[in-house]
Design a protein around this ligand. Sequence first.
Ligand code: R5P
Length: 229
Amino acid sequence: MEGIDKNKQDQEKLSAAKAAFQFVKNNDVVGLGTGSTATFAIEELAKRIQAGLKIKAAASSVKTEELALSLGIPILKLETLGSIDISIDGADEFTESLNLIKGGGGALFREKIIASLSKNSIIITDSSKKVDRLGAFTVPVEVVPLALQYVLNQLAALNGKAVLRKMDEKTFVSDNGNYIVDVDFGLLDKPEELALALNQIDGLLAHGLFIGLTSKVIMAKGDEILVFE
Ligand SMILES: O=C[C@H](O)[C@H](O)[C@H](O)COP(=O)(O)O
């Protein structure tokens, strides 16, 4: 990561995670994100439960659910929840206008459902994630396998350079049994317009542009905590 070493970055992730807990109350349903930053929040939540906090949680991925259960965090099924009090998740990029790119870990669809259900959707980040314009990080999209070629055609028509995500030389498959395609649209002047265009593509289950879904971003920078809302 440019300009920040990993230890410092992890320290910032942990500080941002801790700062998010001022907003978590007893009896809340808490949405849990996925990724290295969300993992700091999940570990912190487990400590607070051991200290007496009473919450139930919903997980944005199989990995997060397994980690949460292993730490004694009670997990509710996402499909049973009509709303979530607060969610805590990471991001790959964010702007001061609270637009995000997410999905570096492939969990974008469930993360988006959780963010959409959340009354208070909190993003926690280290200082490397703040950008003036989204798009240096490619936009992940989740694609139903049988629609792959159709979706690739539509992405090309939007001038996106698409790469099918692989892991260990095999096609990456999401928790929902779908493919992830990472799309380079260059730096985005109008992320809202791109999000609307991607919403129109049949077979494209979800994209990693989170527009208007975030209540606040808590970013740690060194010893400082900055809140964007
Ligand atoms: O699919 C993964 C998520 O959207 C993550 O929240 C995002 O990729 C950020 O991950 P990390 O905290 O590991 O940088």
